[in-house]
Design a protein around this ligand. Structure first.
Ligand SMILES: *[C@@H]1O[C@H](CO)[C@@H](O)[C@H](O)[C@H]1NC(C)=O
Ligand SMILES: *[C@@H]1O[C@H](CO)[C@@H](O)[C@H](O)[C@H]1NC(C)=O
Ligand SMILES: *[C@@H]1O[C@H](CO)[C@@H](O)[C@H](O)[C@H]1NC(C)=O
Ligand SMILES: *[C@@H]1O[C@H](CO)[C@@H](O)[C@H](O)[C@H]1NC(C)=O
Length: 373
Protein backbone atom coordinates (compact mmCIF):
# COMPACT_ATOMS: atom_id res chain seq x y z
CA UNK A 1 0.00 0.00 0.00
CA UNK A 2 1.40 3.36 -0.99
CA UNK A 3 0.65 5.96 1.59
CA UNK A 4 1.20 9.68 1.79
CA UNK A 5 4.49 9.29 3.69
CA UNK A 6 5.90 7.08 0.98
CA UNK A 7 4.87 9.52 -1.76
CA UNK A 8 6.51 12.31 0.20
CA UNK A 9 9.68 10.22 0.50
CA UNK A 10 9.63 9.55 -3.23
CA UNK A 11 9.25 13.29 -3.89
CA UNK A 12 12.13 14.12 -1.56
CA UNK A 13 14.19 11.36 -3.15
CA UNK A 14 13.47 12.71 -6.62
CA UNK A 15 14.43 16.26 -5.72
CA UNK A 16 17.64 15.02 -4.08
CA UNK A 17 18.39 13.06 -7.25
CA UNK A 18 17.78 16.18 -9.35
CA UNK A 19 19.95 18.26 -7.04
CA UNK A 20 22.60 15.56 -7.29
CA UNK A 21 22.33 15.57 -11.11
CA UNK A 22 22.88 19.34 -11.23
CA UNK A 23 26.04 19.02 -9.16
CA UNK A 24 27.46 16.21 -11.26
CA UNK A 25 30.57 16.85 -13.22
CA UNK A 26 30.18 15.49 -16.70
CA UNK A 27 33.19 13.49 -17.86
CA UNK A 28 34.14 13.18 -21.52
CA UNK A 29 35.05 9.85 -23.10
CA UNK A 30 38.63 8.85 -23.87
CA UNK A 31 38.90 6.57 -26.90
CA UNK A 32 41.06 3.48 -26.62
CA UNK A 33 44.13 3.88 -28.85
CA UNK A 34 44.58 0.20 -29.75
CA UNK A 35 42.66 -0.03 -33.04
CA UNK A 36 42.01 -3.76 -32.57
CA UNK A 37 40.13 -3.08 -29.34
CA UNK A 38 36.76 -2.16 -30.83
CA UNK A 39 33.08 -2.41 -29.95
CA UNK A 40 30.74 -4.99 -31.49
CA UNK A 41 30.06 -2.81 -34.52
CA UNK A 42 33.72 -1.91 -35.05
CA UNK A 43 33.68 1.59 -33.54
CA UNK A 44 36.39 2.47 -31.00
CA UNK A 45 36.02 1.42 -27.38
CA UNK A 46 36.06 4.16 -24.75
CA UNK A 47 36.30 4.90 -21.07
CA UNK A 48 35.64 7.88 -18.83
CA UNK A 49 38.55 9.04 -16.73
CA UNK A 50 38.35 11.50 -13.88
CA UNK A 51 41.73 12.31 -12.40
CA UNK A 52 42.46 11.76 -8.72
CA UNK A 53 43.30 14.72 -6.50
CA UNK A 54 44.51 15.53 -2.99
CA UNK A 55 45.11 12.45 -0.88
CA UNK A 56 43.50 10.25 -3.51
CA UNK A 57 46.02 10.99 -6.21
CA UNK A 58 47.69 7.55 -5.97
CA UNK A 59 44.49 5.57 -5.68
CA UNK A 60 42.54 4.05 -8.57
CA UNK A 61 39.08 2.61 -9.23
CA UNK A 62 38.43 0.85 -12.51
CA UNK A 63 34.71 0.24 -12.94
CA UNK A 64 33.22 -2.13 -15.54
CA UNK A 65 29.71 -1.22 -16.64
CA UNK A 66 26.67 -3.45 -16.84
CA UNK A 67 24.72 -4.26 -20.01
CA UNK A 68 23.94 -7.96 -20.51
CA UNK A 69 25.31 -10.16 -23.26
CA UNK A 70 24.57 -11.26 -26.82
CA UNK A 71 24.87 -14.87 -27.86
CA UNK A 72 24.29 -15.28 -31.59
CA UNK A 73 24.55 -13.12 -34.69
CA UNK A 74 20.93 -12.03 -34.83
CA UNK A 75 20.97 -11.34 -31.13
CA UNK A 76 24.21 -9.30 -31.39
CA UNK A 77 22.94 -7.22 -34.30
CA UNK A 78 19.84 -6.52 -32.31
CA UNK A 79 22.00 -5.73 -29.24
CA UNK A 80 23.89 -3.05 -31.20
CA UNK A 81 20.74 -1.11 -31.97
CA UNK A 82 18.98 -1.88 -28.71
CA UNK A 83 21.87 -0.62 -26.58
CA UNK A 84 23.24 1.91 -29.06
CA UNK A 85 26.79 0.61 -28.64
CA UNK A 86 27.67 1.76 -32.18
CA UNK A 87 26.93 5.37 -31.32
CA UNK A 88 29.43 7.95 -30.14
CA UNK A 89 29.77 7.81 -26.37
CA UNK A 90 28.25 10.86 -24.68
CA UNK A 91 29.72 12.59 -21.62
CA UNK A 92 28.54 10.84 -18.44
CA UNK A 93 28.03 11.82 -14.83
CA UNK A 94 29.97 9.67 -12.38
CA UNK A 95 27.75 8.82 -9.42
CA UNK A 96 27.85 7.13 -6.00
CA UNK A 97 30.92 4.86 -5.88
CA UNK A 98 32.37 7.00 -8.69
CA UNK A 99 31.18 10.39 -7.49
CA UNK A 100 33.69 13.18 -6.91
CA UNK A 101 31.54 14.61 -4.11
CA UNK A 102 32.83 13.99 -0.64
CA UNK A 103 29.35 14.03 0.94
CA UNK A 104 28.16 11.18 -1.29
CA UNK A 105 31.40 9.28 -1.66
CA UNK A 106 33.52 10.07 1.43
CA UNK A 107 36.15 7.36 0.92
CA UNK A 108 36.75 7.28 -2.83
CA UNK A 109 35.71 10.74 -4.11
CA UNK A 110 39.29 11.92 -4.74
CA UNK A 111 40.61 8.71 -6.34
CA UNK A 112 41.41 8.35 -10.01
CA UNK A 113 38.05 7.06 -11.21
CA UNK A 114 37.64 5.16 -14.47
CA UNK A 115 34.26 4.14 -15.85
CA UNK A 116 34.74 1.71 -18.73
CA UNK A 117 32.06 1.77 -21.43
CA UNK A 118 30.55 -1.64 -22.11
CA UNK A 119 30.15 -2.19 -25.84
CA UNK A 120 31.26 -5.79 -26.44
CA UNK A 121 28.39 -7.77 -24.87
CA UNK A 122 30.76 -10.49 -23.61
CA UNK A 123 31.71 -9.31 -20.09
CA UNK A 124 34.98 -8.11 -21.66
CA UNK A 125 36.00 -11.64 -22.64
CA UNK A 126 35.59 -11.87 -26.43
CA UNK A 127 38.49 -12.32 -28.78
CA UNK A 128 37.55 -13.68 -32.15
CA UNK A 129 37.73 -12.96 -35.84
CA UNK A 130 35.38 -10.78 -37.76
CA UNK A 131 32.35 -12.57 -39.10
CA UNK A 132 31.39 -11.33 -42.52
CA UNK A 133 27.89 -11.08 -43.80
CA UNK A 134 25.88 -8.02 -44.68
CA UNK A 135 27.46 -6.44 -41.61
CA UNK A 136 30.65 -7.18 -39.75
CA UNK A 137 30.69 -7.94 -36.07
CA UNK A 138 33.72 -7.64 -33.84
CA UNK A 139 34.12 -9.74 -30.71
CA UNK A 140 36.89 -7.95 -28.92
CA UNK A 141 35.86 -7.68 -25.29
CA UNK A 142 39.11 -9.12 -23.88
CA UNK A 143 41.16 -6.82 -26.09
CA UNK A 144 39.17 -3.85 -24.79
CA UNK A 145 39.81 -4.82 -21.17
CA UNK A 146 43.53 -5.33 -21.77
CA UNK A 147 43.93 -2.15 -23.82
CA UNK A 148 42.17 -0.01 -21.18
CA UNK A 149 44.28 -1.47 -18.37
CA UNK A 150 47.45 -0.89 -20.42
CA UNK A 151 46.56 2.76 -21.02
CA UNK A 152 45.89 3.26 -17.32
CA UNK A 153 49.21 1.63 -16.43
CA UNK A 154 50.87 4.00 -18.90
CA UNK A 155 49.20 6.81 -16.93
CA UNK A 156 50.72 5.65 -13.66
CA UNK A 157 48.14 3.22 -12.27
CA UNK A 158 50.80 0.57 -11.63
CA UNK A 159 52.27 2.50 -8.71
CA UNK A 160 48.89 2.83 -6.99
CA UNK A 161 48.82 2.74 -3.23
CA UNK A 162 45.22 1.51 -3.32
CA UNK A 163 43.36 0.04 -6.29
CA UNK A 164 39.92 -1.40 -6.86
CA UNK A 165 38.51 -3.32 -9.80
CA UNK A 166 34.73 -3.02 -9.61
CA UNK A 167 31.84 -3.80 -11.90
CA UNK A 168 28.11 -4.37 -11.99
CA UNK A 169 26.06 -7.16 -13.55
CA UNK A 170 27.89 -8.31 -16.73
CA UNK A 171 30.69 -6.07 -15.40
CA UNK A 172 30.40 -7.83 -12.02
CA UNK A 173 30.94 -11.15 -13.78
CA UNK A 174 33.96 -9.62 -15.55
CA UNK A 175 35.29 -8.46 -12.18
CA UNK A 176 35.23 -12.01 -10.83
CA UNK A 177 36.92 -13.26 -14.01
CA UNK A 178 39.66 -10.61 -14.04
CA UNK A 179 40.27 -9.93 -10.34
CA UNK A 180 43.51 -11.91 -10.03
CA UNK A 181 44.80 -10.77 -13.44
CA UNK A 182 44.22 -7.15 -12.40
CA UNK A 183 46.16 -7.77 -9.18
CA UNK A 184 49.28 -8.86 -11.10
CA UNK A 185 49.79 -5.34 -12.46
CA UNK A 186 50.61 -3.97 -9.00
CA UNK A 187 53.42 -4.50 -6.55
CA UNK A 188 52.83 -6.51 -3.40
CA UNK A 189 52.81 -3.33 -1.33
CA UNK A 190 49.70 -1.98 -3.10
CA UNK A 191 46.32 -2.71 -1.57
CA UNK A 192 44.35 -4.22 -4.45
CA UNK A 193 40.82 -5.57 -4.09
CA UNK A 194 37.72 -6.22 -6.19
CA UNK A 195 34.00 -5.47 -5.93
CA UNK A 196 31.54 -7.57 -7.90
CA UNK A 197 28.10 -5.93 -7.76
CA UNK A 198 25.04 -7.88 -8.96
CA UNK A 199 27.23 -10.36 -10.78
CA UNK A 200 26.86 -13.42 -8.58
CA UNK A 201 24.55 -15.17 -11.03
CA UNK A 202 24.12 -18.84 -10.35
CA UNK A 203 22.75 -21.87 -12.08
CA UNK A 204 19.52 -22.77 -10.33
CA UNK A 205 19.09 -26.49 -9.76
CA UNK A 206 15.44 -26.16 -8.93
CA UNK A 207 14.05 -23.68 -11.45
CA UNK A 208 16.43 -23.41 -14.39
CA UNK A 209 14.40 -25.48 -16.86
CA UNK A 210 15.23 -23.07 -19.66
CA UNK A 211 18.95 -22.81 -18.89
CA UNK A 212 19.02 -19.19 -20.01
CA UNK A 213 22.34 -18.32 -18.38
CA UNK A 214 23.96 -21.48 -19.63
CA UNK A 215 22.92 -21.01 -23.27
CA UNK A 216 23.95 -17.35 -23.06
CA UNK A 217 27.40 -18.26 -21.72
CA UNK A 218 27.71 -21.07 -24.24
CA UNK A 219 27.05 -18.45 -26.94
CA UNK A 220 29.84 -16.29 -25.53
CA UNK A 221 32.26 -19.21 -25.78
CA UNK A 222 31.22 -20.20 -29.31
CA UNK A 223 30.60 -16.83 -30.91
CA UNK A 224 32.86 -14.42 -29.01
CA UNK A 225 35.71 -16.89 -28.53
CA UNK A 226 35.77 -16.08 -24.82
CA UNK A 227 37.42 -19.19 -23.44
CA UNK A 228 40.98 -17.86 -23.24
CA UNK A 229 39.94 -14.92 -21.06
CA UNK A 230 38.58 -17.23 -18.37
CA UNK A 231 40.77 -18.39 -15.48
CA UNK A 232 42.46 -21.69 -16.36
CA UNK A 233 41.99 -22.79 -12.74
CA UNK A 234 38.33 -23.11 -13.73
CA UNK A 235 38.48 -24.11 -17.43
CA UNK A 236 40.90 -26.92 -16.58
CA UNK A 237 38.23 -28.66 -14.54
CA UNK A 238 34.86 -27.46 -15.89
CA UNK A 239 33.46 -26.70 -19.34
CA UNK A 240 34.21 -23.11 -20.30
CA UNK A 241 30.63 -21.78 -20.12
CA UNK A 242 30.46 -22.86 -16.47
CA UNK A 243 33.38 -20.52 -15.76
CA UNK A 244 31.22 -17.41 -16.17
CA UNK A 245 29.44 -18.28 -12.93
CA UNK A 246 31.26 -16.67 -9.98
CA UNK A 247 30.24 -19.66 -7.83
CA UNK A 248 32.76 -21.68 -9.90
CA UNK A 249 35.47 -19.03 -9.79
CA UNK A 250 35.37 -17.72 -6.25
CA UNK A 251 37.32 -20.46 -4.47
CA UNK A 252 40.35 -19.91 -6.71
CA UNK A 253 40.34 -16.10 -6.53
CA UNK A 254 43.35 -15.13 -4.38
CA UNK A 255 42.79 -11.38 -4.39
CA UNK A 256 40.30 -10.11 -1.80
CA UNK A 257 36.90 -9.75 -3.47
CA UNK A 258 33.59 -8.39 -2.19
CA UNK A 259 30.35 -9.80 -3.55
CA UNK A 260 27.33 -7.51 -3.33
CA UNK A 261 24.09 -9.05 -4.57
CA UNK A 262 20.39 -8.93 -3.86
CA UNK A 263 18.92 -12.21 -2.67
CA UNK A 264 16.07 -11.15 -4.95
CA UNK A 265 18.10 -10.05 -7.94
CA UNK A 266 15.82 -8.95 -10.76
CA UNK A 267 17.96 -10.38 -13.56
CA UNK A 268 18.66 -13.65 -11.77
CA UNK A 269 14.90 -14.10 -11.35
CA UNK A 270 14.01 -12.95 -14.89
CA UNK A 271 16.60 -15.16 -16.57
CA UNK A 272 15.88 -18.19 -14.44
CA UNK A 273 12.11 -18.01 -14.70
CA UNK A 274 12.10 -16.56 -18.26
CA UNK A 275 9.42 -14.15 -17.17
CA UNK A 276 8.94 -10.57 -16.11
CA UNK A 277 5.90 -11.35 -13.95
CA UNK A 278 8.05 -11.00 -10.82
CA UNK A 279 9.04 -7.47 -11.85
CA UNK A 280 5.39 -6.52 -12.03
CA UNK A 281 4.35 -7.97 -8.70
CA UNK A 282 7.51 -6.76 -6.92
CA UNK A 283 6.85 -3.21 -8.12
CA UNK A 284 3.21 -3.35 -7.04
CA UNK A 285 4.08 -5.31 -3.91
CA UNK A 286 1.33 -7.79 -4.53
CA UNK A 287 3.17 -11.02 -5.39
CA UNK A 288 1.20 -14.17 -4.77
CA UNK A 289 2.40 -16.69 -2.19
CA UNK A 290 3.50 -18.96 -5.05
CA UNK A 291 5.58 -16.19 -6.58
CA UNK A 292 7.12 -15.38 -3.19
CA UNK A 293 7.92 -19.05 -2.65
CA UNK A 294 9.79 -19.29 -5.98
CA UNK A 295 11.78 -16.15 -5.21
CA UNK A 296 12.61 -17.42 -1.72
CA UNK A 297 13.80 -20.73 -3.16
CA UNK A 298 16.11 -18.86 -5.53
CA UNK A 299 17.43 -16.79 -2.63
CA UNK A 300 18.07 -20.02 -0.72
CA UNK A 301 20.03 -21.39 -3.66
CA UNK A 302 22.11 -18.21 -3.83
CA UNK A 303 22.94 -18.47 -0.12
CA UNK A 304 24.02 -22.09 -0.63
CA UNK A 305 26.63 -21.23 -3.27
CA UNK A 306 28.26 -18.26 -1.56
CA UNK A 307 31.94 -18.34 -0.56
CA UNK A 308 32.77 -19.94 2.76
CA UNK A 309 32.11 -17.36 5.44
CA UNK A 310 35.29 -18.29 7.32
CA UNK A 311 37.31 -16.80 4.48
CA UNK A 312 38.03 -13.26 5.60
CA UNK A 313 39.39 -12.26 2.16
CA UNK A 314 35.88 -12.52 0.79
CA UNK A 315 33.38 -9.79 1.62
CA UNK A 316 29.73 -10.77 1.32
CA UNK A 317 26.68 -8.52 1.40
CA UNK A 318 23.36 -10.02 0.37
CA UNK A 319 20.52 -7.51 0.46
CA UNK A 320 16.82 -8.28 0.17
CA UNK A 321 15.28 -5.38 -1.76
CA UNK A 322 14.17 -6.54 -5.23
CA UNK A 323 16.97 -4.87 -7.18
CA UNK A 324 19.73 -5.20 -9.71
CA UNK A 325 23.06 -3.31 -9.33
CA UNK A 326 23.68 -1.03 -6.38
CA UNK A 327 27.15 0.53 -6.65
CA UNK A 328 26.12 3.44 -8.88
CA UNK A 329 22.61 3.86 -7.51
CA UNK A 330 21.27 5.69 -4.44
CA UNK A 331 21.06 2.31 -2.75
CA UNK A 332 24.88 2.52 -2.32
CA UNK A 333 24.28 5.25 0.26
CA UNK A 334 21.26 3.73 1.95
CA UNK A 335 21.01 1.38 4.89
CA UNK A 336 22.27 -2.13 4.21
CA UNK A 337 20.39 -5.22 5.29
CA UNK A 338 19.15 -3.84 8.61
CA UNK A 339 22.71 -3.21 9.83
CA UNK A 340 22.20 0.50 10.45
CA UNK A 341 25.18 1.13 8.16
CA UNK A 342 25.18 2.15 4.53
CA UNK A 343 26.49 -0.20 1.85
CA UNK A 344 29.21 2.39 1.26
CA UNK A 345 30.32 2.22 4.92
CA UNK A 346 30.34 -1.59 5.07
CA UNK A 347 32.28 -1.79 1.84
CA UNK A 348 34.88 0.78 2.87
CA UNK A 349 35.40 -0.92 6.25
CA UNK A 350 36.10 -4.16 4.40
CA UNK A 351 38.26 -2.47 1.76
CA UNK A 352 40.50 -0.73 4.31
CA UNK A 353 40.82 -3.89 6.46
CA UNK A 354 38.83 -2.35 9.31
CA UNK A 355 36.53 -5.34 9.55
CA UNK A 356 35.38 -8.48 7.79
CA UNK A 357 31.94 -8.29 6.24
CA UNK A 358 29.64 -11.26 5.86
CA UNK A 359 26.16 -9.81 6.02
CA UNK A 360 22.98 -11.44 4.80
CA UNK A 361 19.71 -9.57 5.17
CA UNK A 362 17.39 -11.93 7.04
CA UNK A 363 14.29 -10.33 5.50
CA UNK A 364 12.95 -13.17 3.35
CA UNK A 365 10.86 -10.85 1.19
CA UNK A 366 11.78 -8.77 -1.87
CA UNK A 367 9.89 -5.86 -0.29
CA UNK A 368 8.52 -5.14 3.18
CA UNK A 369 5.70 -7.32 4.49
CA UNK A 370 5.32 -9.49 1.40
CA UNK A 371 3.68 -12.26 3.41
CA UNK A 372 0.65 -10.11 4.23
CA UNK A 373 -0.96 -10.66 0.81
C1 LIG B 1 19.64 -16.03 -30.58
O1 LIG B 1 19.57 -15.41 -29.31
C2 LIG B 1 18.27 -15.00 -28.96
C3 LIG B 1 18.38 -14.21 -27.66
O2 LIG B 1 19.02 -14.93 -26.65
C4 LIG B 1 17.37 -16.21 -28.84
O3 LIG B 1 16.07 -15.81 -28.50
C5 LIG B 1 17.36 -16.92 -30.18
O4 LIG B 1 16.60 -18.11 -30.07
C6 LIG B 1 18.76 -17.27 -30.63
N1 LIG B 1 18.74 -17.78 -31.97
C7 LIG B 1 19.38 -18.88 -32.30
C8 LIG B 1 19.29 -19.25 -33.74
O5 LIG B 1 20.00 -19.55 -31.49
C1 LIG C 1 23.73 -13.33 -43.70
O1 LIG C 1 23.08 -12.51 -44.64
C2 LIG C 1 22.11 -13.21 -45.38
C3 LIG C 1 21.60 -12.25 -46.48
O2 LIG C 1 21.32 -10.98 -45.91
C4 LIG C 1 21.00 -13.68 -44.46
O3 LIG C 1 20.03 -14.38 -45.17
C5 LIG C 1 21.61 -14.59 -43.41
O4 LIG C 1 20.63 -14.96 -42.44
C6 LIG C 1 22.74 -13.87 -42.68
N1 LIG C 1 23.39 -14.81 -41.78
C7 LIG C 1 23.57 -14.54 -40.53
C8 LIG C 1 24.29 -15.61 -39.77
O5 LIG C 1 23.21 -13.50 -39.99
C1 LIG D 1 57.28 -8.13 -1.99
O1 LIG D 1 58.09 -8.17 -3.13
C2 LIG D 1 59.49 -7.99 -2.83
C3 LIG D 1 60.23 -7.87 -4.15
O2 LIG D 1 59.72 -8.74 -5.12
C4 LIG D 1 59.94 -9.17 -1.97
O3 LIG D 1 61.31 -9.03 -1.67
C5 LIG D 1 59.13 -9.19 -0.70
O4 LIG D 1 59.46 -10.32 0.08
C6 LIG D 1 57.63 -9.21 -0.99
N1 LIG D 1 56.91 -9.03 0.24
C7 LIG D 1 55.84 -9.77 0.56
C8 LIG D 1 55.19 -9.43 1.85
O5 LIG D 1 55.42 -10.67 -0.13
C1 LIG E 1 -1.15 -5.93 -8.50
O1 LIG E 1 -1.45 -4.55 -8.50
C2 LIG E 1 -1.54 -3.96 -9.78
C3 LIG E 1 -1.76 -2.47 -9.60
O2 LIG E 1 -2.82 -2.22 -8.72
C4 LIG E 1 -2.65 -4.59 -10.59
O3 LIG E 1 -2.68 -4.06 -11.89
C5 LIG E 1 -2.42 -6.09 -10.66
O4 LIG E 1 -3.49 -6.72 -11.30
C6 LIG E 1 -2.25 -6.66 -9.25
N1 LIG E 1 -1.91 -8.05 -9.39
C7 LIG E 1 -2.46 -8.99 -8.64
C8 LIG E 1 -1.96 -10.38 -8.87
O5 LIG E 1 -3.31 -8.74 -7.82
Amino acid sequence: MTNFGEILLILIGTSLALLNACNDNLVNPTFVKDTSAVCLAGNPAAYYYSKGFGEGINNWIVYLREGGWCMNITDCKDYITRKGVDTNPKPVALRNLLSNQKEINPDFFNWNRVDVRYCDASSFTGNSEIIKNDTKLYFRGAKIFNAVIQELLDNGMGSAENALLAGSSAGGVATAIYCDKFRRHFSNTSRVKCLSDAGYFFLSKKHDQENTFLSMFDGLIKLHGSKNALPTSCTSRLSAEMCFFPQNLQADIQTPIFFLMSGFDKIQIQYTMVSTEFDVCAIWRNCSLDQIKIMQELRGELLSVLPDHHNSKKGILITSQYAHTQALSPSWNSQAAGTGETIEKLFRDWYFDIKTVHVIDDNQCPYNNCLLN
